[in-house]
Design a protein around this ligand. Structure first.
Ligand code: HPA
Ligand code: ZN
Length: 386
């Protein structure tokens, strides 16, 4: 398409990429061997080779069908160095697609359950994030832990307690975010700060299976997460949440909703979890009241077109409601979700949208602007990106 060169050159922000979902079959099998992690080859021949894994990934039938492979796949990640290498490989691909700012999801509960410490995971990811700033044109990134809906709510509660204890910036006296200069110095020194991981993580997400798991089940857990920041004792009304989020150091909230689940789950995530943005959210297009609210409150959706087709949340890229969102003034960004599993990185998602929806240059300007606005970096950084 004639707009592909322009699309490649756009300054991009990615907000919806699970770092474990960037684990390619090649790296998966290599790490399984190197780390001595057994894969269920006897039960499932898909794990026998890179080709068999790719072939299986091409036949996903639902979110849960994918998640089964995704959780087995990530079991090969054992050390901080594994997480650093995984994230660095993603940042390099993102940089090649002109990503200037990336917000990376990861799934602590699964790693904790198999005996990998949260500190190791975060040290590895943070090292990659700092290297990306130093080596990849000042690219910025944030790390966002996600709670998992297929596990008991209690398990989420335990993780939130751990995050409050040592990983989120303090609400009242939020540590000054490290300047790019500091990050550069440390990266060049090769010196990893092992003393404190406070402030290493930004906010909280919610993902995994969605059907019959309404956001309301996690209301108390998210209240605890928001209570971490000073103003968050307020009830989760929209205005209180906005006021909370405006404060420095506040725990930012996002949640997967309206991927396989109904539009109602989007409303519940906003009202009961205090979500500031919604991951996927394509079901919004089925409900005019939800659309009107997203437009009025300028709540950004992080849309993942290739993922939606791969997991059959949408029949085709043309059926992903891109035009509907643009026409209604609902802000959204375009993202890769789990790029190693769904056949494409961010650039492939942008181009797939262009090929199916034939957008105008003005539409792309809107998409780029909204993606920058909806990012969780500070305003000074946003101005630099734009
Ligand atoms: N949806 C829900 N959970 C996930 C996804 C997704 O697309 N990717 C990784 N975990
Ligand atoms: Zn996702």
């Amino acid at each position: 398409h004639t707009l592909h060169p322009l699309i490649a050159a756009l300054p991009k922000c990615e907000h919806h990429m699970h770092v474990e979902g960037s684990l390619s079959p090649e790296l998966l099998l290599a790490l399984a061997e190197r780390n001595g992690v057994p894969l269920p080859v006897a039960e499932d021949a898909s794990f026998a080779s890179v080709e068999a894994l790719y072939a299986r990934y091409a036949r996903f039938t639902s979110l849960d069908d994918f998640l089964h492979y995704y959780y087995i796949g990530m079991s090969v990640l054992q050390t901080a160095a594994d997480f650093e290498a995984l994230a660095m490989a993603y940042f390099e691909k993102a940089h090649a697609a002109n990503v200037r700012h990336a917000e990376i999801f990861f799934d602590p509960q699964v790693h904790l359950a198999r005996g990998v410490s949260l500190a190791d995971v975060v040290r590895g990811l943070r090292a990659a994030s700092r290297r990306a700033t130093a080596e990849l044109g000042g690219m910025t990134s944030l790390l966002i832990p996600c709670l998992l809906r297929h596990l008991p709510v209690d398990d989420s509660g335990k993780l939130v307690a751990q995050l409050r204890e040592g990983y989120w910036a303090d609400g009242d006296e939020a540590e000054q975010e490290e300047t790019v200069v500091q990050a550069l110095e440390e990266a060049f020194d090769g010196q990893e700060d092992t003393a404190s991981l406070r402030g290493a993580l930004a906010g909280l997400g919610l993902c995994s299976s969605e059907r019959d798991l309404p956001p309301t089940l996690w209301r108390d857990v998210f209240r605890e997460a928001r209570r971490h920041s000073a103003a968050a004792a307020a009830p989760p009304s929209v205005n209180a949440v906005k006021a909370t989020n405006a404060r420095r150091g506040a725990t930012r909230i996002t949640a997967h909703a309206g991927e396989e689940g109904p539009a109602e789950y989007i409303t519940l995530a906003l009202d009961h979890l205090g979500a500031q943005r919604i991951d996927h959210g394509i079901a919004a297009a089925t409900d005019p009241a939800v659309m009107a609210r997203l437009a009025k409150e300028q709540i950004m959706l992080t849309v993942c077109p290739l993922s939606n087709v791969c997991l059959r949340a949408a029949k085709s890229i043309a059926a992903v409601p891109i035009r509907t969102f643009l026409d209604a003034g609902v802000p959204f960004s375009i993202n890769s979700d789990d790029p190693a599993y769904f056949g494409g990185y961010i650039q492939d998602n942008y181009c797939a949208v262009q090929d199916a929806h034939n957008l105008a240059v003005d539409d792309w300007a809107t998409i780029v602007r909204n993606a920058v606005r909806g990012s969780w970096c500070d305003d000074a950084r946003k101005e630099v990106i734009l």
